[in-house]
Design a protein around this ligand. Structure first.
Ligand SMILES: [Zn+2]
Ligand SMILES: [Zn+2]
Ligand SMILES: [Zn+2]
Ligand SMILES: [Zn+2]
Length: 142
């Protein structure tokens, strides 16, 4: 039960902000929308483009390790903790890299491992830029 509650809390934190947090920063004179333009040279109307950093593979070489291993954080790499063999690394002082799990490839952050990004096209919002009197929530009276 406790885990479910924690997950819910995390989802809420990651998702929506309250209107109050969001309002002052939501205004953009232009915005990006999903591109369905058949003449777009990047996506040809499919709205998907291959991810650049991972070359559409969804994985990039791990930037936290060279050989799939990292120094054990529990013992600081010397294999001993409080005079005893470190349990975390079984005395080896190194362990599988926590970022890539030891296989030296990690999920591409840019595309979250999908290998594809959504093609976006900018649109311009034609409304005039809001002035101070349009700001919401209203600033406190001086
Ligand atoms: Zn496009
Ligand atoms: Zn250790
Ligand atoms: Zn790694
Ligand atoms: Zn990618």
């Amino acid at each position: 039960m406790r885990i479910a509650a924690l997950l819910l809390a995390a989802a809420a934190a990651a998702g929506c902000k309250s209107t109050m947090d969001r309002a002052p920063s939501t205004w953009y004179p232009s915005a990006e929308v999903v591109c369905w333009n058949a003449r777009c040279p990047n996506c040809r109307g499919t709205a998907a483009v291959g991810c650049g950093p991972c070359r559409a593979k969804g994985e990039v070489p791990c930037d936290q390790c060279r050989d799939g291993k990292e120094k054990c954080g529990t013992c600081g790499g010397d294999g001993k903790k409080d005079g005893k063999k470190c349990k975390s690394c079984d005395g080896a002082g190194i362990r599988a890299c926590s970022t890539c799990g030891g296989d030296r490839m990690m999920t591409c952050k840019r595309c979250s491992g999908h290998g594809q990004l959504t093609c976006l096209r900018p649109i311009r919002i034609s409304e005039p830029a809001p002035g101070p009197e349009d700001t919401w929530p209203m600033p406190p009276p001086k």
